[in-house]
Design a protein around this ligand. Structure first.
Ligand SMILES: Cc1cc2nc3c(=O)[nH]c(=O)nc-3n(C[C@H](O)[C@H](O)[C@H](O)COP(=O)(O)OP(=O)(O)OC[C@H]3O[C@@H](n4cnc5c(N)ncnc54)[C@H](O)[C@@H]3O)c2cc1C
Length: 401
């Protein structure tokens, strides 16, 4: 049976970021993935707050070249006709990267994979599904189903970055408590001139019927995310999308290139550590998809886990820091990410009462007119970073310590 120090299950950006950080700390890492085809509808905007982490991993420059940066976002309020604009440039001096990074998932994964290959790692196994695991005091035995049959591996640690339906979490018997929204999330990839209709690179469109989040993918393509009731038939989602777009684009021609729909949950795993297995990203927690607090929190999970696991594996800290990782990240999710995501979804698509809308908008009107108020609004995302799991003064080999 082959042995490796860390197996990361899941090769989406969060799994790859974790693998790269651990590899940079000198750990021997193997990434396995089912080889699921990447969706063109996957998130393409990475919040300014996670960019310093990508920089420390040494991938920000390449990731930026694979996409573009954009400091603008706006709030379009259909009921009032308002168009509140915001410029992340107000964060200059507080962060070296006062903008969002727009890069498609596949392009970001390619960059991360290229950097990972420069380290003492095994090549990513793309057609390997984890189907079982068992652990003892000294390690974890995992079972992979591959194109060539079933294979067993022994590893010191497992990182589960295997998404909402995480097989690892289920094998560990961890609960995934919370609730499921009565809405369906729909993402449409659209070829249309949204810029000509004054949409910014990131636009929150506020309306109780046509609320949406719109992201620029490139000069031609835009990602349009909206919710609809689960009572509407799933088989006709695609047929309804043009009607939704027509309402906001009017006579502007458009072409729907692709779309994706999914149920939405707000759930957290009971814990993010079970012995030698650590959970990151959607395997640990999910919020609604209307606004991206889940992806931001997922990147910060990865950064914090890199710190903790590199320190433990390198002998700089004892295993208690992994419990601190688990407790700290769950707190961040429950105290910050979850309420913020629910609040944004409420603002974007759930307020029909005009007076309530006016109250909710006050905050944003102020922020669009006052740089100090805008800074305060934006800096919330740093709360999602949470505290380091390492005791102060711990030396470590991690890029995050
Ligand atoms: C099409 C699409 C649209 C999305 N839209 C939004 C959005 O608008 N807003 C938002 O907040 N979030 C959205 N998300 C979710 C967002 O991408 C995630 O929150 C974020 O990327 C963190 O994901 P993750 O890496 O933890 O899990 P995932 O991105 O789900 O990655 C899990 C990986 O694990 C692999 N895997 C799963 N099971 C196994 C197994 N048993 N063995 C080996 N490998 C396995 C999968 O192949 C996959 O590559 C979207 C996701 C998709 C796919």
């Amino acid at each position: 049976m082959k042995h490796t120090q860390v197996v990361v299950v899941g090769a989406d950006p969060v799994g790859l970021v974790t693998a790269l950080g651990l590899a940079k700390a000198g750990l021997d890492v193997l990434v396995v993935d089912t080889g699921r085809e990447a969706s063109a509808c996957a998130p393409c905007v990475h919040d300014w707050s996670v960019l310093p982490g990508l920089d420390r991993l040494g991938v920000l420059e390449d990731a930026t070249q694979a996409g573009f940066t954009d400091p603008s976002w706006c709030l379009r309020v259909l009921q009032t006709g308002e168009h509140l604009t915001f410029d992340l440039g107000v964060l200059a001096g507080l962060t070296p990267h006062p903008y969002n990074l727009h890069v498609e998932d596949t392009a970001l994964c390619e960059v991360l994979e290229r950097h990972l290959a420069r380290h003492r790692t095994k090549p990513i196994e793309r057609n390997a599904r984890l189907v079982d695991l068992a652990q003892d005091q000294s390690g974890v035995e995992i079972v992979l189903e591959t194109g060539d049959g079933v294979r067993r591996l022994r590893t010191d640690w497992v990182v589960a970055a295997d998404g909402t339906s995480s097989m690892v979490r289920r094998l560990l018997g961890l609960g995934f408590r919370g609730s499921t929204w009565h809405d369906r999330s729909v993402v449409a990839l659209v070829d249309a001139d949204f810029a000509g209709r004054d949409y910014a690179g990131t636009t929150l469109q506020v309306d109780d019927r046509y609320g949406a989040v719109v992201h620029k993918v490139d000069d031609r393509r835009w990602r349009y995310t909206f919710d609809e009731s689960l009572t509407l038939p799933e088989e006709s989602v695609g047929a309804r999308i043009p009607g939704v777009l027509r309402k906001v684009l009017g006579s502007v021609p458009f072409h729907v290139l692709d779309w994706h729909s999914s149920r939405m949950h707000q759930r957290t795993s009971d814990q993010y550590r079970a012995g030698r297995v650590l959970l990151v990203g959607d395997s640990a927690h999910v919020a609604n998809r209307m606004i991206g607090h889940s992806p931001i929190t997922a990147f910060f999970d990865a950064y914090r886990l890199i710190e903790a696991l590199s320190a433990v594996a390198g002998g700089y800290a004892d295993e208690r820091v992994l419990d601190k990782y688990s407790e700290g990240r769950k707190r961040v999710f429950l105290d910050h990410a979850l309420p913020a995501s629910a609040g944004r979804k409420h603002l974007i698509s759930q307020i029909s009462d005009r007076r309530q809308l006016e109250t909710e908008l006050e905050h944003y009107r102020l922020a669009s007119a006052d740089p100090e108020a805008l800074r305060e609004l934006l800096l919330f995302n740093r709360e999602l970073e949470g505290d380091s799991p390492l005791p102060r003064g711990t030396s470590s080999v991690s890029v995050f310590s």
